[in-house]
Design a protein around this ligand. Structure first.
Ligand SMILES: [Zn+2]
Length: 442
C-alpha cells in the first residue's frame, strides 16, 4: 500500500522533472562554455539515453557517449538511461552551485561529450582486477583514442542510485587533468557523494562532500580544503584512505619540517607503508623526544604474510617521499629533485597478483589499490617532467629534421628515453605498472 502511494508521488514527480529541466539552459549551467561545449551540454540535457546509432560492437546514445554491447548484456536494457541520467543530474547538481570550481567541472563534462576532433567516450562493462573497484575512468593522452570507463559487473546488484553515482564519479575522471586521487584536488568522490543519494551510511558527511566538490579553494594544500576533506573522507566508508593519500602529497609543501613527518607517519601508523617509512625515517631525522618514541613504535611493527609482498614498493615510495620532503618547501619541484624521485620510482613494481593465494586476494587487493594510489601521488609530477622533456625533444628533432630533410624514424630514436619514461609514469600516476612487452599500462 505504502509503495503504491510512493509510486503515485514518484509518477507525479517524473512529470514535473522534465518541465523543470526544460528551464535549465546550457548557458546558465556553463556560462564559459565554447559553442561546441554548449551544444554538447544542450544535447545532454535534451537527450534521454536513446540509441541513435549502432554497429556490431557499440551503441551510440543521444547523450554523446557509446556503450559496448557487453554493457547491455551485463546490466540489461536500462543502462543507457542510467548513463544518461547520471550525467544529466550530475551537471545540473554542480551547475546549481555557481562557483568557479563547480562551473569548470560542468564545462569539463561538456568538453568530453563535445569533442568533435576526437572519438566519443566509451563505456565498457567487464571485470576489474578487484571486486573492491566498482569502476575505472581513464582519459586518453592520445587524441585519436577514446577516453573510456569500465563498469564492473559487481555493480549489478547495487541500487540504481548507487550505479548512477559511480558512473558520474568515473566520468569526472575523463575531464580536465584526470583528477587523480591524492595528487590533485579530490572531486570525483566528493561530487559523487554530493550529487547523488548513494551513501546513506555517510549522510552526516554529505555537506562536506558538497563543500569539497564546489568550493573555490586557493589550492589543494589550503588548510580549509584539508579540513573539509578530512571531515568528508574520514566519515565516509571507503574514502578514509583518500585523506591519507592527500597527507602524503603534503611532503611537497612541508618545507622539511619533521613535525609534519611525524604527523604523516602517525596517519600511517597501522599501514605497511608507514612501517617501512618509519624504519627509514627513524634514523634519518633529528626528532623531538615525543615524536621519536612514536616513530620508533611504528618502525617496530611487523608485516603479515600478505603485506610483506608490498615491502619493495613501500620502500621505493617512502624513499621518493622523503627525497621530496628533504628538498624543502618547493611546490613546483626542482629538476634535480624530480630526477631523483624518477630514479627511485622508475623500476618499482606492484606485487604480482598471480602468486597470491586465492583466499588472500580480497586482503591483497585492498593493499594493491592503496599502494597504487600512494605511488601515483609521487609519480604525478615526475610524469610532468618527462612529458615536458619528450615534447621539447620531439619539437627540437622535428626542426632539425626539417632542416636536414630526414624522416620521422630518427626523431623517435633521439627522444626514446624521454618517451619511455613518460609512458612509465603515465601508467604509475593512474595506479598501474608499465608493461614493456606490450608498451601499455597494466
Ligand atoms: Zn576515482
Amino acid at each position: 500500500m505504502f509503495f503504491h502511494v510512493l509510486r503515485g508521488w514518484l509518477a507525479a514527480l517524473l512529470v514535473l522533472v522534465p518541465a523543470i529541466a526544460a528551464g535549465v539552459t546550457p548557458g546558465a549551467l556553463c556560462p564559459d562554455c565554447s559553442p561546441e561545449e554548449a551544444r554538447a551540454l544542450d544535447r545532454l540535457l535534451r537527450g534521454q539515453g536513446l540509441v541513435v546509432a549502432q554497429n556490431n560492437e557499440y551503441v551510440a546514445l543521444d547523450t554523446g557517449v557509446a556503450l559496448h554491447r557487453e554493457c547491455l548484456t551485463v546490466f540489461g536494457p536500462k543502462l543507457p538511461q542510467l548513463v544518461h541520467e547520471a550525467l544529466a543530474r550530475g551537471v545540473r547538481c554542480m551547475g546549481g552551485y555557481g562557483t568557479a570550481s563547480a562551473r569548470s567541472l560542468v564545462r569539463e563534462v561538456a568538453h568530453v561529450l563535445g569533442k568533435q576532433s576526437a572519438p566519443q567516450p566509451v563505456f565498457l562493462c567487464r571485470e576489474l582486477y578487484s571486486d573492491h573497484m566498482k569502476g575505472v575512468g581513464l582519459r586518453s593522452e592520445d587524441p585519436a583514442r577514446s577516453p573510456y570507463i569500465i563498469l564492473s559487473p559487481v555493480l549489478k546488484g547495487e541500487p540504481d542510485e548507487y550505479v548512477l553515482s559511480v558512473i558520474f564519479h568515473e566520468f569526472l575522471h575523463l575531464g580536465g587533468d584526470g583528477h587523480q586521487h591524492g595528487a590533485h584536488r579530490e572531486v570525483a568522490g566528493p561530487c559523487q557523494h554530493c550529487c547523488f543519494e548513494a551513501m546513506p551510511l555517510a549522510h552526516a558527511a554529505r555537506p562536506y562532500a558538497c563543500r569539497v566538490c564546489t568550493t573555490d579553494y586557493p589550492d589543494k594544500f589550503a588548510p580549509e580544503y584539508l579540513g573539509d576533506l578530512a571531515e568528508w573522507a574520514l566519515r565516509t566508508p571507503g574514502s578514509e584512505f583518500i585523506f591519507r593519500v592527500n597527507m602524503l602529497d603534503g611532503v611537497k609543501r612541508a618545507g622539511g619540517d619533521v613535525r609534519f613527518m611525524a604527523q604523516l607517519l602517525e596517519h600511517f601508523r597501522d599501514h605497511p607503508f608507514g612501517f617501512e617509512m618509519a624504519r627509514m625515517a627513524a634514523e634519518r631525522y633529528a626528532w623531538p623526544e615525543d615524536a621519536e618514541r612514536q616513530v620508533r613504535a611504528i618502525a617496530r611493527k611487523q608485516h603479515g604474510h600478505v603485506t610483506k609482498l608490498f615491502i619493495p614498493v613501500a620502500r621505493a615510495v617512502a624513499e621518493a617521499a622523503m627525497t621530496r620532503f628533504e628538498a624543502g618547501a618547493d611546490p613546483a619541484g626542482a629538476t634535480g629533485t624530480l630526477e631523483a624521485v624518477s630514479g627511485l620510482l622508475a623500476e618499482s613494481r606492484l606485487p604480482d597478483r598471480e602468486k597470491v593465494d586465492r583466499l588472500d586476494l580480497p586482503y591483497f587487493y585492498k593493499y594493491y589499490y592503496e599502494f597504487a594510489l600512494l605511488r601515483g601521488v609521487m609519480a604525478e609530477e615526475v610524469h610532468g617532467l618527462w612529458l615536458a622533456r619528450h615534447n621539447a625533444c620531439a619539437k627540437q628533432e622535428a626542426a632539425k629534421q626539417e632542416a636536414a630533410g630526414q624522416d620521422v624514424a630518427s626523431r623517435e630514436t633521439a627522444c626514446s628515453e624521454a618517451a619511455h619514461r613518460e609512458r612509465v609514469f603515465a601508467c604509475q600516476k593512474v595506479g598501474l605498472d608499465y608493461d614493456a612487452r606490450t608498451g601499455r599500462c597494466r
